[in-house]
Design a protein around this ligand. Structure first.
Ligand SMILES: [Zn+2]
Length: 166
């Protein structure tokens, strides 16, 4: 993401390089903006050979199949964000089985760090909420082709290879 003005004083940014990475410095107050990947958390909600996916009700990728999850709030632990997002989107409570992996991607123009966990439902029946149009269990041999976001596709490919069963 390319920003033009300083969020502290509204002054103009100039670009410089530090350790080979592009930074923005305010010409007026000297504030340095370190652009970075935004952290998001995702839940591979698994039961036997099935996984629960959500169909997106909003852009980007409206109508495509998504892994349940979302962006972390400032200062929020990934596991806290995981439980919050799963509850918001499906209404269920889950237990974390294990950390699954990190996947890099972009969301609109923003670089993202996507943190995946393998989880299982311990309470409730999944019902679509928030920005989710539909929830559906898919057998691992019949995953949909129209997956939203590269990081979801990569994580699902790794899950298929891993033979993880809960
Ligand atoms: Zn400034």
């Amino acid at each position: 993401m390319q920003y033009k003005f300083c969020p502290k004083c509204g002054g103009e940014f100039e670009e410089f390089f530090e350790h080979g990475y592009s930074r923005l410095r305010c010409k007026n107050c000297g504030f340095i903006f370190y652009d970075k990947s935004y952290p998001a958390v995702s839940a591979l909600i698994v039961e036997g050979d099935k996984i629960l996916l959500s169909r997106r009700g909003i852009e980007p990728f409206k109508g495509k199949w998504d892994v349940v999850g979302g962006f972390l709030e400032k200062g929020e632990h990934p596991e806290t964000g995981l439980h919050r997002e799963v509850k918001e989107e499906t209404g269920v409570e889950v237990d974390v089985i294990k950390f699954f992996g990190f996947y890099m991607d972009t969301y609109r123009e923003q670089s993202t760090l996507n943190i995946f966990y393998l989880v299982k439902i311990v309470n409730g029946e999944p019902k679509p909420n928030d920005d989710v149009a539909e929830l559906k269990w898919f057998h691992k041999n019949e995953l949909p082709k129209d997956i939203a976001f590269k990081n979801n596709q990569e994580a699902l490919d790794d899950w298929l290879k891993s033979n993880e069963r809960i």
